[in-house]
Write a protein that binds this ligand. Structure first.
Ligand SMILES: Cc1ncc(COP(=O)(O)O)c(C=O)c1O
Length: 357
């Protein structure tokens, strides 16, 4: 029996040690010049605005993507079309001439279509690589390759805001509203951390509602202001002060543990972990994904769904993307967890899959 309050997954909590603004900035794995923004979607808007000034008006998008990217494309006033993504998450674009193509490096792995797309880049298309889920994967890519890159460090640590693109661009002035949301989110994360430090105490719905509401307020703000790029300095300081090397190490270690525990029992999307990959999560495929996800949540193991497809994407036209969206589940393997947590995830999941509970 796990202690009552104990939970796995959900938004990152934050300890007082992590809130030390005076740490020396650690090396971020990405080594090109660029611009920090409020979010990954704002980074995409900056890239699209740059391309618009060069005469590009159309962006070709993967049919397997999250709604927030579409919000950015719409905010930038671009026309868009979708291309198929295979069951192995490889991109199959067929872009109109002169358009931009966005390719996502899903879950930490380099998209298999990348080499061919990089060769085409700037000859017949403008390539945008979305490495939001792969920020810590270290591909030693030459900055000579003509392509744009966007990141969203928020996916990998206790940061309410943060995005980046490899374009030197002007950002908007940080707003009071984002500073207010930042402090509210920091209060929520500290509260969550103190709350979870007493795993044997009973569940307190008031506290859980407090921190969940603060996390939702940030997401709602970003959905309503996808182009808002100004990032308050303190967010930047916190982002560069996190120990990204240790974060990458823990994620790889947890991934390997889970792989051994789930091997031959659960279908995995990726079964190998190359040396240069830092995974976002452990991605599995389940025919009855929604039922399993509910049962895991009842055991306080919370797994995100990547993604409910935007309504513009017709399942008839993109059956593989629709299938991915209905069957994929991402198990948490991040830096908060260790081998005991991985064992808890694996035991609970296997029981649910084998016996339905
Ligand atoms: C692949 C991918 N790219 C970009 C984004 C946008 O990042 P942000 O939420 O920081 O705007 C997301 C958001 O979920 C994403 O999943």
């Amino acid at each position: 029996m796990s202690p009552e309050r104990c939970l796995i997954g959900g938004d990152f909590d934050l300890s007082f040690e992590e809130l030390d603004f005076h740490r020396t900035p650690k090396k971020l794995f990405f080594h090109e010049d660029g611009t920090w923004t409020l979010s990954g979607r704002a980074a995409l808007v900056l890239v699209l605005e740059y391309l618009k000034a060069q005469g590009v008006r159309h962006v070709h998008l993967p049919a397997y993507l999250c709604q927030s990217l579409l919000l950015a494309v719409q905010a930038a006033g671009f026309h868009y079309s979708f291309y198929p993504v295979g069951g192995n998450l490889c991109a199959y674009p067929d872009p109109p001439p002169g358009s931009a193509v966005l390719v996502i490096h899903y879950f930490g792995w380099l998209n298999a279509a990348t080499t061919a797309l990089r060769q085409e880049s700037r000859r017949s298309l403008s390539l945008i690589e979305d490495a939001s889920q792969s920020m810590l994967s270290d591909w030693h890519t030459s900055s000579e390759i003509p392509r744009f890159v966007i990141l969203s460090p928020r996916k990998f640590g206790p940061l309410p805001f943060g995005g980046w693109c490899n374009l030197v661009a002007e950002t908007s002035k940080p707003l009071h509203e984002t500073e207010g949301l930042w402090w509210r989110s920091i209060a929520a994360r500290l509260t969550k951390s103190i709350y979870l430090a007493q795993p044997h105490a009973s569940i307190n719905p008031l506290i859980e509602t407090f921190y969940l509401a603060a996390f939702e307020a940030v997401e709602a703000y970003l959905d309503n202001h996808p182009a808002d790029s100004g990032i308050p300095q303190m967010i930047h300081d916190m982002m560069t002060g996190l120990d990204w090397v240790e974060i990458g190490r823990r994620r790889r270690s947890n991934w390997r543990i889970l792989k051994v525990l789930l091997e031959d029992k659960i279908e995995m999307i990726y079964s190998d972990l190359p040396n240069d990959v830092v995974p976002l999560g452990f991605v599995i495929r389940l025919a009855n994904r929604d039922m399993v996800r509910c049962r895991l949540a009842e055991q306080r193991i919370f797994c995100p769904v990547h993604w409910q497809l935007p309504s513009d994407i017709s399942p008839k036209s993109f059956p593989e993307a629709a299938k991915l969206s209905k069957t994929i589940l991402t198990l948490p393997i991040d830096q908060r967890y260790d081998e005991h947590d991985m064992a808890r995830i694996a035991d609970t999941l296997i029981k649910i899959v084998q016996y339905g509970n």
